[in-house]
Design a protein around this ligand. Structure first.
Ligand SMILES: C[S@@+](CC[C@H](N)C(=O)[O-])C[C@H]1O[C@@H](n2cnc3c(N)ncnc32)[C@H](O)[C@@H]1O
Length: 197
């Protein structure tokens, strides 16, 4: 952890962290952004020194920034399709001056998963099957896209080498390849730690 940092005040509680975001983004936090406690616990499992972790659908960066704060020896990357959310994530990262956190503005299908050692996934495609819960209406949301992205991520994860770590928050078992073994779970099966066999 960056214990000597003045930024520690933002990691005290979710409302403190969320105050770094514009008001509209704060209002989306409870449903769409990873709570601090979950990010911190995920970081304990994912923060292998000198490894690269990808957050698949990073939104405004709450997971990557929190994990990057608690795991300074690990590089955290987030890929996000919405430009406005990517810009906000970049802004908060720069405000907190976290050198081990990076954001990429792309669709997940344009990114080579082979560049990363471990993965975090917070049910990012759900808004395609529940458009009334969507972050906004700027992005097309369809059941076909849900299946397409889910299959794509599952296939990418399946191609990773033995020992690859994965954390899922919410979501369904269908999103995880059968080649991954459940190592641990908490929060009544909402948070799961996996490893590629
Ligand atoms: C539930 S939010 C999670 C945000 C972040 N991982 C966190 O935990 O704070 C899911 C995010 O995934 C993004 N997303 C969904 N489909 C995507 C895709 N195909 N490519 C890139 N980003 C995507 C959405 O725009 C949204 O910001």
């Amino acid at each position: 952890m960056h214990t000597d940092s003045l930024n520690v005040v933002y990691f005290d509680k979710d409302t403190s962290f969320d105050s770094l975001f514009p008001k509209r983004i704060q209002g989306l936090s409870e449903r769409h952004w990873t709570p601090l406690e979950i990010a911190r616990k995920s970081c304990e499992y994912l923060s292998v020194p000198n490894s690269k972790v990808l957050d698949i659908g990073s939104g405004v960066g709450k997971f990557c920034i929190t994990a990057g704060f608690y795991g300074p020896e690990t590089l955290f990357y987030g890929v996000e399709q919405r430009k406005d959310l990517y810009n906000i994530a970049e802004g908060v990262k720069n405000t907190l001056d976290l050198q081990n956190v990076n954001f990429i503005h792309k669709n997940i299908t344009e990114l080579d998963f082979g560049r990363f050692d471990s993965f975090y996934f917070f049910n990012s495609f759900y808004e395609n099957i529940k458009p009334d819960l969507a972050i906004d209406t700027k992005i097309e949301a369809t059941a076909e896209l849900y299946s397409y992205y889910t299959d794509y991520v599952r296939e990418q994860l399946d191609q990773r080498p033995s020992g690859t770590r994965l954390v899922t928050y919410h979501g369904s078992l269908k999103q995880v390849p059968t080649s991954y073994k459940l190592i641990d779970n908490s929060y009544n099966y909402a948070l799961k730690m996996w490893m590629r066999e």
